[in-house]
Design a binder for this molecule. Structure first.
Ligand code: FES
Length: 310
């Protein structure tokens, strides 16, 4: 039985409040957390793993009331309601009464918030008002906007991490970025590496090596059609969310994007969902000692053709 909104919540020692929201996992379609209103002391997000039993109007937790009170306050801004984001098929798994059913805010939209758009806009407006005075400084600061794309190789890990063929393995790496007038910062990124069987390689390369060129059209690298390692950019070509390697009930192991449920096979080909193109391949090389290097590339999301932006 799924926990119901408005059900009372009891800890091991006493009643602490009632369920005000239910959070669903967009991938498994199961309830992942409850949001409990603590009798006037704010809301706490309680993992479904802490639930012992559920009856029609009571959720019994294993934890004590002091453990629940000690949880960090619930952050409503990290979630959206099912009215704001469409997760196909999720309704079939929801049996809670009508009320606020939430899913995590897609990663892309979180990033936009974090960029504190309006704060930056204020700085830019100020700069433009004083443009005649600050032109030399502005020119210097804006220079990175026109810098050519970075085609340096980045080490992301060792290929020993890849345990099986035609399976997505995530490698994380850090990269220093300088966006226009913002100070340089370090961001975490990820790339999915697949050790591909010949049939998957054939699907990807269709018998031809893949050449990558810089913005001036000069060749920078060629992925050879018979080298079994593929590197896919960690951003979904639909709207740029991070996707995962998951076992789909019908399709088996696939890349699945939780934001709007685009599904890709191990070759990056779209099997389902709104994605306009296959996953984006990046230049990859693997040394004799197994060190994996990539050239970090990002492409414009939402378009059928590939346009490199990073
Ligand atoms: S961002 Fe929409 S499906 Fe991935």
């Amino acid at each position: 039985m799924q926990p119901q909104l408005k059900s009372k919540v009891r800890c091991a020692d006493r009643e602490v409040g009632e369920v005000t929201k239910v959070i669903m996992d967009p991938l498994s379609h199961d309830v992942s957390h409850l949001v409990v209103s603590m009798n006037g002391s704010g809301e706490r997000q309680v993992s479904i793993g802490a639930v012992q039993t559920v009856t029609e109007d009571l959720v019994q937790l294993r934890s004590s009331s002091s453990e629940v009170i000690a949880l960090p306050p619930f952050k409503r801004e990290d979630y959206v309601t099912l009215h704001e984001v469409e997760i196909p098929g999720l309704e079939r798994h929801i049996h809670v009464e009508s009320g606020e059913v939430l899913v995590p805010l897609p990663e892309l939209e979180r990033n936009v918030k974090r960029r504190t758009f309006f704060a930056n806009l204020t700085y830019v407006t100020g700069l433009f008002i004083g443009l005649p005075l600050v032109y030399p400084v502005l020119k210097f600061l804006m220079n990175p906007m026109y810098a050519s794309l970075d085609n340096r190789w980045l080490k992301v890990g060792n290929v020993a991490k890849v345990k099986a063929e035609d399976v997505g393995t995530q490698f994380q790496y850090k990269r220093r970025v300088k966006e226009a007038y913002m100070p340089e910062s370090e961001i975490e990124k990820n790339v999915w590496v697949v050790k591909a069987t010949p049939s998957v390689l054939e699907k990807v390369y269709q018998g031809k090596d893949m050449e990558f060129r810089d913005s001036a059209g000069k060749p920078i690298w060629t992925n050879k059609k018979d080298v079994p390692f593929l590197a896919f950019s960690g951003k979904c070509p639909h709207l740029g969310c991070g996707f995962k390697w998951r076992n789909h009930k019908v399709l088996g192991p696939v890349f699945l994007c939780p934001c709007h449920l685009s599904i890709y096979d191990a070759s990056g080909k779209v099997l389902d969902g709104p994605a306009p193109r296959s996953l984006d391949l990046m230049p990859i090389q693997v040394s004799s000692s197994g060190e994996v290097q990539i050239i970090d590339m990002e492409f414009k999301a939402g378009t059928k053709s590939q346009t490199r932006i990073v």
